[in-house]
Write a protein that binds this ligand. Structure first.
Ligand SMILES: *[C@@H]1O[C@H](CO)[C@@H](O)[C@H](O)[C@H]1NC(C)=O
Ligand SMILES: *[C@@H]1O[C@H](CO)[C@@H](O)[C@H](O)[C@H]1NC(C)=O
Ligand SMILES: CC(=O)N[C@H]1CO[C@H](CO)[C@@H](O)[C@@H]1O
Length: 454
């Protein structure tokens, strides 16, 4: 069965529960808008994102000085290099903010980088006991110590559910100072990190606390991020005008965990193409998250451009993928066989050459699709289509998922490649995640959202 037919079939069946959901949700929405109106929630915020071509990391421009911060989904802090002048303010040790910061020690196993004499730029007269925190670079896993200070920010607001850009509004969050050495391996223009985890000092947590607009945010990498309860309007080919995609996508529970990562409940991994369907023979329980030790599980990360799998998981996945892509299946028109490229083009492990046809709508190669079978509470399984995993390099098609070290904490990490052009709604009030899957297969994209047309 051609790929698009499969997708359309999936979509048309997924539309039925979606419509149903819209009706069911009406009164929930009314109820929500009442509570929002009475709790004096401030307008939601929208920020532009960008992808750095050299590192494939995503940045957000929310700092008032317009220097980009790297988006780290698992990050627990906002941190940046503090300017040498003016001198920075500090947070007293005896304060609730400092108590919160103290509860977060340095990240487990990080390599300490000397902060230097970071206190030299403290404001004169600041308390001898200034609160410090532990900024972490998620790419190099280096960490440091730095003063907590106030970071001036500014970004666009949006009003009354229109997703229109309203003028920028200034605000401030608590962030840590960090030595410039901690910026190693980050985009050249970046001055720090914006952590997006559930921890209390992350950017979305602080915004939710300050603005009273509910604990939720959305990411549509690499184009925009929204904070607060705002619709995300995008075109839906089957209906005129723009549709709020939050009501039109599947949801999965988010698993609770002491660490910073967002985990989703994955039960199995399968690969399908041209009528061939193979389930990866994974070791029993390998994908389960041990919430006590924080080991195992399937996590989302923006700090790695490609997904990763622990070697035992990767081996089983690679076998299933290789089986499906090299088998002819029920394709009468395939003349040239698909062959594995050995050795693979670095850094990839699985690369293939063959006569891959191109689909016209969406414009993408006709390639196998990888399905993450989700556990209880999920309204749909998460399928990775073409551009969410395949990378074309040296006339070969390589799978953008790499094996990692055996001691890697999550068993599977979905990286930037897997999360791009995929509307992700982090509804933390309800501990659930909305995922659109590759928007190209809904014949839309992050950049065709109403935000980008403003
Ligand atoms: C609310 O939306 C309408 C258009 O839908 C617009 O005319 C109006 O200015 C908006 N209100 C605010 C406060 O922005
Ligand atoms: C996910 O896939 C599995 C295996 O194919 C299936 O049993 C399950 O019903 C699917 N879940 C949803 C929500 O569609
Ligand atoms: C930070 C940000 O995205 N600012 C935007 C606010 O909206 C205006 C247009 O109304 C844009 O020009 C800014 O870039």
């Amino acid at each position: 069965m051609p790929l698009l037919d499969h997708v359309m079939h999936q979509m048309s069946t997924s539309m039925i529960p979606a419509c149903y959901r819209v009706i069911v949700c009406w009164w929930v929405v009314l109820l929500l808008s009442c509570t929002v109106a009475t709790s004096h929630g401030q307008p939601p915020l929208i920020s532009r994102l960008a992808k750095d071509p050299a590192t494939s990391l995503y940045t957000i421009t929310v700092k008032a000085d317009k220097s980009p911060l790297v988006v780290d989904l698992a990050g627990s802090l906002v941190w940046s290099t503090c300017p040498s002048s003016p001198k920075h303010g500090t947070v007293p040790c005896e304060s609730t903010t400092c108590d919160t910061a103290k509860q977060q020690g340095p990240a487990a196993g990080c390599r300490y980088v000397d902060g230097g004499r970071f206190w030299e730029n403290r404001k004169p007269g600041s308390s001898w006991c200034a609160c410090t925190a532990h900024p972490l670079n998620p790419v190099t896993r280096e960490c440091s110590t730095g003063d907590l200070t106030s970071v001036a920010m500014s970004t666009n607001t949006t009003t009354n559910g229109t997703m229109d850009l309203r003028p920028e509004e200034p605000f401030a969050v608590v962030g840590a100072c960090a030595p410039a050495r901690l910026l190693r391996s980050l985009p050249a223009s970046a001055t720090g990190i914006a952590g997006f985890s559930r921890q209390p000092l992350s950017l979305p947590s602080q915004l939710a606390g300050q603005r009273g607009f509910g604990k939720n945010f959305a990411l549509c990498l690499p184009v925009f991020a929204t904070f607060g309860d705002t619709p995300v309007y995008m075109p839906l080919p089957s209906s005129p005008g723009l549709v709020d995609y939050r009501t039109n996508i599947p949801y999965t529970p988010l698993l609770s965990n002491a660490g910073g990562h967002y985990y989703i409940p994955v039960k199995g991994i399968s690969v399908s193409w041209n009528g061939v369907h193979v389930t990866a023979q994974l070791p029993a329980g390998v994908l389960d998250l041990d919430s006590r030790t924080g080991r195992g599980g399937v996590a989302l990360s923006t700090a790695t451009p490609y997904g990763t799998m622990r070697p035992d998981v990767f081996e089983a996945f690679a076998k299933a993928f290789d089986d499906v892509i090299t088998r002819k299946g029920n394709v009468p028109y395939r003349w040239l066989p698909v062959e594995r490229v050995v050795p693979a083009v670095k850094p990839f492990e699985l690369c293939y050459r063959g006569s891959f046809t191109r689909l016209r709508r969406p414009s993408a190669y006709d390639l196998p699709y990888i399905t993450l079978e989700l556990g209880e509470g999920a309204t749909w399984n998460w399928t990775l289509y073409t551009d969410n995993y395949m990378v074309e390099v040296d006339r070969a098609m390589c799978v953008g998922i790499l094996p990692t070290a055996m001691d890697s904490k999550p068993a599977v990490v979905l990286g930037g490649r897997q999360l791009e052009n995929n509307l992700l709604v982090f509804d933390l009030d309800n501990q659930r995640l909305g995922f659109s899957q590759l928007l190209d297969f809904r014949l839309t994209s992050c950049s065709s959202s109403k935000f980008s047309r403003n």
